[in-house]
Design a protein around this ligand. Structure first.
Ligand code: ADP
Ligand code: MG
Length: 323
């Protein structure tokens, strides 16, 4: 990029991240080299976030950095993989050291928390765009797929979906005024979502299928069902809604956001009936709340029930919100 490119990389990206013994060559050469242990498979995902598209332009750089990595950790969580290394392709409109400092802080905090080493990347000039590639490991053959759900399996979701969409609405000023405590909680659920990495690891050998919820629970569960050639019976009364979401939106809108809002980064997964106690133990061990919201059926399609009645759901919670 500019004269300062090398110094910029040295200053912000060469040091200060998790050090791992299995990194043979990290930042500084033409490519990175990592050691993959025998008996493991490499799990790879990449996600790009674009300013003004995936996050509001005014988002604090610290949160941009955090989210750029969080969305990728979430993909590995859904596979039941242990995240190990990442690369970062950074496109910046200009070199702003204060921005880079804050961005790196958010990114680094999460990377260190998960023991993920930054092993390389690319730095270019252009509209603000962040691409993170994440690499992780699973014991060979044990990755959790979308395609493994079978009729009779129970459907679970982690955490409280819908919060992030409400938080984004608040950040964008499209939300009615609400209590500041709820306000802060919901905003943070968008700004610093918790990728369910520990839960994903604990679900290996227990969940028959999994997906991370980034586009809204309804849409992502539908993808899981399609991949598994199955359908779902979803009980709307069981949706885990946070008190902040219900208090601020009312139940109907809260449900719409939980089903249709994006950016939750929760896990939606299926569990055979004979593993129900195992999944409860797994969730407790990973300190993550999980809720049973339905059951897999042989008939394809998603059927949502409210107090026993089949209903057409409003999955455009977020759009509604914006209007
Ligand atoms: P090349 O021109 O050979 O592609 P670069 O000058 O782009 O190399 O990068 C030099 C080194 O710095 C490489 O090891 C690359 O992986 C690393 N790097 C560049 N940008 C970043 C970044 N944003 N984050 C982490 N590492 C980076
Ligand atoms: Mg090179």
């Amino acid at each position: 990029m500019s004269l300062g490119e090398f110094a910029l990389i040295e200053r912000f990206f060469a040091e200060g991240f998790a050090r791992r013994e299995d990194v043979a060559i990290g930042v500084g050469d033409d490519a990175a080299v990592v050691r993959v242990p025998a008996g493991s498979e490499l799990v790879v995902a990449v996600d790009t976030i674009v300013s003004g598209v995936h996050f509001p332009e005014e988002l604090a750089p610290e949160h941009v950095g955090y989210r750029a990595l969080a969305v990728n950790l979430s993909d590995l969580a859904a596979m039941g993989a242990k995240p190990c290394w990442c690369t970062l392709a950074l496109t910046l409109p200009r070199v702003d050291e204060g921005w880079l400092q804050d961005f790196t802080r958010g990114f680094r905090e999460l990377a260190i928390g998960h023991g993920v080493a930054l092993i390389g990347g690319d730095t270019t000039r252009g509209p603000l765009t962040l691409t993170v590639q994440i690499l992780g490991l699973v014991p060979s053959g044990s990755a959790i797929r979308r395609s493994g759900a079978g009729a009779g399996d129970f459907i679970f979701v982690s955490g409280t979906p819908g919060d992030a969409a409400a938080g984004l609405g608040l950040i964008q000023g499209k939300n009615p005024k609400m209590q500041s405590e709820h306000d802060r909680y919901l905003r943070n659920r968008f700004l610093t979502p918790t990728p369910r990495v520990e839960l994903g690891l604990a679900l290996r050998g227990i969940a028959s299928a999994a997906i991370d919820v980034s586009d809204g629970l309804h849409a992502d569960l539908a993808k899981l069902m399609t991949a598994s050639s199955t359908g779902a019976h979803v009980d709307l009364n069981q949706l885990p809604l946070s008190p902040a979401l219900v208090d601020s939106q009312g139940v109907a809108r809260a449900r719409g956001l939980a089903l249709g809002g994006g950016d939750d980064y929760e896990l939606c997964f299926t569990v055979p009936a004979d593993r129900l106690s195992a999944v409860r133990r797994a969730a407790a061990a990973s300190e993550c709340s999980i809720t049973r919201i339905g059951v897999v059926e042989a008939e394809t399609g998603l059927r949502c029930f409210d107090a026993g009645h089949l209903v057409t759901v409003d999955t455009t919670g977020y759009d509604h919100f914006a209007s």
